[in-house]
Design a protein. Sequence first.
Lengths: 147, 118
Amino acid sequence: MRFSAFASSVCLPVLLAGCLTFAPKYSDVIFQKLGVVGTELTKLEILIETRAPQPVAYSGVEPLYISALASAKEAQDLATKRPAYLEGQPAAKAAELVAQNIQACWDAIEFSRKRFAREGQARNELDNIAIVKNICAIPKTMEGALK
Amino acid sequence: MAFDVSKFKPKSADELFDGLVSVVKDVALEQWTQIKGEMTYHFKFIAEKTAEVAAKLAGGIIDDKEADATLHLLEVNLNSALKQFAFMAYVTAQKILSAVFNLLKSAIRNLTGVKLLF
């Protein structure tokens, strides 16, 4: 919020400098959607933990994977639009880094889902999910840093 | 350093310069502490998980296929962490820019009584 107020108000006196911005405006929607991704992955973790040592069938984890993927996709759709309207600003590069890391999050969930569907629960599945969760927490922290 | 931006009234260009340096230093230090904390966390996490994969593979708890998949995810994790690091530099630049303009604005207001809108 502070950035947007800054970006719009600082432009007049620094017209010659071209209203430089280095960071995109904070998006609460992106932040919340990535929060949902984390929650779904935590549910997945708990499901596997509670069934242990019995492995969970793919059909049991699929809905959680699907909903995590859906939220990540929604965040990604918003994040990819940002660099375009910041074109020419250093902030566009920063916005792109957020979008790339949300994409990495989606890719990691999908990689994990496909592996699970193909080969069933890995013996170290909880490690995998912890890593995917960490990957998806990164863009959320980044978005949060824009507050 | 406790520095009251709202009361900043430099008597000379030197004093204005000193004020700017102190504001930049404060913001940069705060950001650096945050960046250091984040990066330490990620590198620790990746190192620990990699060691776990190696131990489980050596102990026959997981096979190479399972180890491969986990290592692939760790590689993605490292990549994302490095991009976060680059991103934090932009956030720092933005914070410094805001802080500097706030200080200049405050100095002008305190010296001239003119409240600039920017």
